[in-house]
Design a protein around this ligand. Structure first.
Ligand SMILES: Cc1cc2nc3c(=O)[nH]c(=O)nc-3n(C[C@H](O)[C@H](O)[C@H](O)COP(=O)(O)OP(=O)(O)OC[C@H]3O[C@@H](n4cnc5c(N)ncnc54)[C@H](O)[C@@H]3O)c2cc1C
Length: 401
């Protein structure tokens, strides 16, 4: 058995997945060592959408108020056509009997990260080390270890289990030696943050809108202090050109038919992928979040899935830790979470990405007719929203043995 010194869980990576895992473990009195490669919490403008089941988990951990305070509650979202306007509108209020949070919240993922670091900071059983880059992981019968590059040189840390939440390029995943099969889209996404009032140019816009177009699709998200506008990349346009002030502003002005659409807040270009690891566990080494699966951001599911992974993992480790379950329960973590990644998130985000960018006129008409039919039928709309809000997929996966 491990010595007391090794009586801890090592979490590699302090993004939302690693931080939620650390907090969920610490709340069960399980000691945690979290290793983060950056020298401090960094502000990345990535996820903004929090779905109902994620808000419930955050509530269970006492963290939901931060997201509600810093975010924008968004009960209604739209599917639109660039020329025709609203195709379908979905009011998540219809899910009020299914969830305590029948809405999406648009809040920067970095706000959640900051709040989680602050919460973990004061906890006696949590040790956070910045500037610790995990380079590999290994295990024996009783322990799991990582090697990390630290300010004092290479160091080795041992615990009972390692949770690899070290993002898409995960060193822990590479140490496990599992494949990360899938594909990368040819198109990238170009993200602009603006205080330009999008609702002045589009008065009927909801707080979340997916605007399809064969030539230039767009996703619009309303955050508390600004609008995030996401376009497809333009063929042949280098990333450094897409983020130039003049290019960003000309693109916004052309899209919204309004001058003065400045892009003063942020400009990013992201590649998009669909990949799921072959297995999320090898013995005492377990992976979650982007380390285990990455998907297109259409539908806002990556960070939400990472949070769900972290809660699921921490619950099962807690049972093993207290002697309530054998280690094989950790395979159930893989079965449940890999099922969601493959059968739910992957399917939905591929469909969303195809719909918004579809060029074929017949396919466009067909999928728009399908969206209209769903929105007009309350039963169909309810089932659709249970899926798009991640409630149905999570429940189905949690029921798997
Ligand atoms: C443009 C865009 C929009 C998105 N929108 C949404 C959305 O609205 N909703 C949603 O749910 N998802 C969204 N996503 C996806 C979401 O951002 C990711 O799924 C999420 O960040 C995954 O969290 P994570 O903690 O698993 O990984 P990360 O956030 O990547 O965190 C990994 C952490 O590990 C650290 N790290 C990496 N390597 C090492 C190492 N070797 N050693 C130690 N530390 C390491 C990193 O510094 C980082 O802090 C979006 C993504 C993009 C690109």
């Amino acid at each position: 058995m491990p010595s007391n010194e090794h009586d801890r869980i090592i979490v590699a990576g302090g993004g939302p997945t690693g931080l939620i895992a650390a907090l969920s473990l610490a709340r069960q009195d399980i000691p945690v060592l979290l290793l983060e490669q950056q020298d401090a919490p960094r502000d990345h403008r990535r996820a903004t959408t929090f779905h109902p089941p994620t808000l419930e988990y955050l509530d269970d951990l006492g963290m939901v108020d931060k997201v509600l305070d810093d975010g924008r509650v968004t009960p209604v979202w739209q599917v639109r056509d660039r020329k025709e306007g609203v195709i379908a509108e979905f009011d998540l209020g219809a899910l009020k009997d299914e969830t305590r949070y029948p809405y999406r919240v648009q809040c920067e993922q970095m706000e959640l990260n900051r709040a989680l670091y602050a919460e973990l900071d004061g906890m006696a059983n949590v040790d956070i080390r910045f500037s610790h880059e995990v380079s590999g992981a290994d295990q024996d019968a009783d322990t799991a270890s990582v090697t990390a590059n630290t300010p004092d040189g290479e160091a080795r840390f041992t615990g009972r289990y390692v949770f690899g939440a070290d993002g898409a390029r995960s060193s822990v995943r590479k140490s496990i030696g599992v494949g990360f099969e899938g594909f990368t889209y040819d198109e990238k996404v170009v993200q602009y943050g603006t205080t330009f009032d999008v609702s002045a140019a589009m008065p009927d816009i909801a707080g979340v809108a997916y605007i399809s177009d064969p030539d230039e699709w767009c996703v619009i998200l309303h955050l508390p202090d600004y609008w995030r506008v996401t376009f497809s990349s333009r063929e042949g346009e280098p990333d450094d050109v897409a983020v130039r002030d003049d290019v960003a502003e000309a693109r916004m002005a052309a899209f919204f038919g309004a001058s003065g659409a400045t892009v003063e807040l942020h400009r990013n270009v992201w590649s998009i992928h669909q990949r799921v690891a072959e297995n999320f566990r090898k013995g005492r080494l377990i992976i979650g979040g982007d380390a285990a699966h990455i998907n297109s951001p259409m539908g806002g599911m990556g960070m939400n899935s990472g949070v769900h992974d972290a809660v699921n993992f921490a619950d099962k480790i807690g049972q093993v830790w207290r002697g309530e379950a054998g280690e094989d329960i950790l395979d159930r973590y893989t079965r449940q979470r890999r099922h969601v990644a493959l059968e739910d998130v992957r399917q939905q985000t591929i469909r969303n990405t195809k719909f918004i960018a579809e060029k074929d006129p017949d396919e466009r008409r067909k999928s728009q007719a399908e969206f209209r039919a769903i929105a007009e039928d309350p039963d169909k709309a309810f089932r659709f929203m249970m899926g798009s809000s991640m409630l149905a997929g999570l429940r189905a996966a949690n029921a798997l043995e």
